[in-house]
Design a protein around this ligand. Structure first.
Ligand code: CTP
Ligand code: MG
Length: 179
């Protein structure tokens, strides 16, 4: 069980880190260009920026590469069961899926009238995970790594981990709010 938990976190790390890198690199022009949707509210809001997206993808892929290179040293064999280029594609899918999910979450929040930076339980913790799973499922080796057991555990533990990381980011003053 503990080992499955470690494996799960390991396999989803390239989907977890993009949002933290987005916090660090974010700013500048918002992806929705400041425009409103038909309901008169912002499409996504000022919290989704091009710089945040680019920095997030970079961060997620970098995380995966570091994991790939450290697996032999740690005696692990997950991403390294794939060739490097195949793993790179998986990291790209996980990172972009994570940020796309985060954007979808913001889109839904704005439609519900929830302001930028206001919390939306469940949505804030699972939007990025669900879409990163959808994106990664297009990878041909997806099912050999992400077993039903791993996917289920990820959905259960991610909200807890998410909370933990955001509280730490808040305490480090990287985020304005602890969610
Ligand atoms: N960020 C960014 N671009 C992204 C995602 C995040 O610039 N694509 C940065 C923004 O500075 C954002 C911060 O990371 O404020 C935290 O991200 P998140 O919590 O997802 O955004 P919120 O500001 O809370 O906005 P929302 O209510 O839309 O989730
Ligand atoms: Mg937020």
């Amino acid at each position: 069980m503990l080992w499955t938990l470690i494996k799960t976190i390991w396999l989803f790390l390239p989907a977890y880190t993009p949002n933290n890198f987005a916090v660090l690199s974010g700013g500048g022009r918002p992806i929705d260009m400041g425009k409103n949707f038909v309901d008169g509210r912002r499409i996504l809001g000022d919290g989704k920026t091009f710089r945040g997206f680019a920095g997030g993808v970079f961060g997620g892929v970098l995380t995966g590469i570091i994991q790939y290179l450290s697996e032999p040293l740690l005696g692990l064999s997950y991403f390294t069961t794939l060739t490097f280029s195949s793993a790179l594609l998986l990291f790209l899918l996980l990172s972009t899926g994570s940020l796309a999910g985060d954007m979808l979450g913001s889109f839904i929040k704005r439609r519900l009238g929830i302001g930028r930076g206001e919390k939306a339980p469940i949505l804030d913790q699972l939007d990025f995970l669900i879409i990163s799973i959808v994106f990664a499922s297009f990878h041909r080796d997806f099912s050999s790594l992400y077993t039903p057991e791993v996917l289920l555990l990820a959905i259960v533990v991610t909200p807890i981990l998410h909370k933990l990381v955001n509280v730490i980011a808040y305490l480090l003053r990287l985020k304005d709010v602890p969610w």
